[in-house]
Unconditional design. Structure first.
Length: 427
């Protein structure tokens, strides 16, 4: 693998690796050092961008901009890539008028030749995969910052801490599906990858000094190859304010209104909350209006846009009223209940969890890694809830953690302390 892009201005790593240290004076980073690149839109322009990247050396700094909160889909509306010797390219993967996978193939082939550097890779990898871009090697600077136990791991904070540069907060939450994209948005996007290679070099030195470089390699490979669990079946139960709804008939109304909204949002590629806010769904489900007049008397539904769709929402409420098997107040669970209920339902499990958490907290302080990065809280809860004493405690815990996708470094550190916490006391 090629060497990362050489580091630029940096602060003393001996100082920067102590969480809570004051941030160093920062030099504002206002524009790309090579000037603002043109956006590659057409098939020819995108192929030319791939050729430019191929002329460089070393890892690729990669980022993507989405339109969360504006669009239903999670697609990438802009892809930013930087490589030493090639500079930065900005690629519009949606406006070329062709098959995104085919058009982006030249870029995918180049990106497969070396490591990708991303910040918070789990946010961008799915939308990049949709257009055929998948890393063969990965370095996540945010995750590296967590392993280094930095108190703040957002990109701007880490760039300031390790490189002494100030990234201006900008347009990350903007509607990136807008066309044409404003120049200041493009400037912001280009700066997101401007020093990502240098940041990778700086945080890698910190992890090497802390003896955590191999831990990071295991984490990055797990992240690169991870395939998410299936989407929760009853997504409508995540409607904000649903905790106020207990009546099964009202829950059926929430379900029908949510499902109707989701179908409209998917068809129009608009964020569901922009079709109908959650608060309006809860209100309608609670009041249960049975005529258009009663429905449009409610907040939100009386607006011009909602008046035009009033019959659609009323039909959803009618379907809920006609439901013969309305949903219950809680979704059937395939895991342990909330830990707050353990003391009453399974007190021995509550004691195990308390002991295990205490041991992991001590371990986290000793190795200087957040406890949630040592072992996922969900894995720990499942272990403590389902645990039954066995003859070979070490092997049982290690096997459970392995099946739960805990990495080798995590198992090596946590199995001994969990064995201590879960073993029955000596007689």
């Amino acid at each position: 693998m090629s060497e990362p892009e050489p580091a630029g201005p940096a602060v003393d790593p001996e100082v920067s690796e102590v969480p809570g240290d004051p941030e160093p004076p920062a030099t504002p980073l206002l524009a790309p050092r090579d000037g603002m690149p043109e956006v590659s839109v057409s098939r020819t322009e995108i192929a030319r961008a791939a050729d430019l990247l191929a002329s460089g050396t070393g890892p690729f700094a990669v980022d993507a901009e989405r339109a969360s909160g504006f669009r239903y889909s999670n697609r990438a509306y802009l892809v930013q890539i930087r490589r030493a010797g090639a500079g930065t390219v900005l690629i519009d993967p949606v406006m070329h008028g062709g098959d995104p996978l085919a058009v982006m193939t030249p870029v995918a082939e180049v990106l497969a030749t070396d490591e990708w550097v991303l910040h918070a890779a789990d946010q961008d990898l799915p939308c990049l995969a949709e257009i055929g871009l998948r890393p063969t090697a990965l370095y996540d600077t945010e995750l590296a910052g967590r392993l280094a136990n930095f108190d703040r791991v957002n990109l701007a904070a880490m760039v300031q801490r390790l490189l002494g540069l100030q990234l201006t907060k900008g347009h990350g939450a903007a509607d990136w599906s807008k066309r044409p994209l404003p120049d200041d948005w493009l400037n912001y996007a280009a700066l997101d990858v401007e020093v990502l290679g240098e940041l990778r070099h700086a945080i890698a030195e910190v992890l090497e000094d802390q003896g955590k470089a191999d831990w990071a390699r295991q984490e990055f490979e797990f992240l690169r190859t991870f395939e998410g669990a299936p989407t929760r079946r009853d997504r409508w139960r995540r409607t904000s304010g649903i905790h106020k709804v207990r009546n099964p008939r009202a829950l059926a109304a929430v379900q029908e209104l949510w499902t109707t909204r989701d179908q409209i949002a998917r068809r129009r590629d608009i964020a569901p909350g922009r079709i109908l806010p959650d608060s309006a769904i809860i209100n309608a489900a609670t009041v249960n209006p049975d005529t258009v007049e009663k429905l449009i008397a409610l907040p939100v539904f009386g607006g011009a846009k909602q008046r035009r769709s009033a019959q659609v929402w009323l039909d959803a409420l009618d379907r809920a009223r006609a439901a013969t098997d309305p949903p219950t107040s809680s979704e059937p669970s395939n895991g342990p209940p909330p830990a707050s209920r353990w003391a009453r339902r399974k007190p021995e499990a509550a004691l195990r969890l308390e002991a295990a958490r205490s041991k992991l907290t001590e371990l986290a302080q000793r190795v200087d890694v957040p406890a949630e990065n040592l072992l996922s809280p969900e894995t720990l809860r499942r272990l403590c809830w389902d645990w039954e004493a066995v003859e070979d405690t070490v092997a049982a815990i290690d096997g459970f953690l392995r099946e739960s996708s805990a990495r080798q470094w995590q198992r090596e550190l946590t199995v001994p302390v969990l064995t201590d916490a879960l073993s029955p006391p000596d007689p």
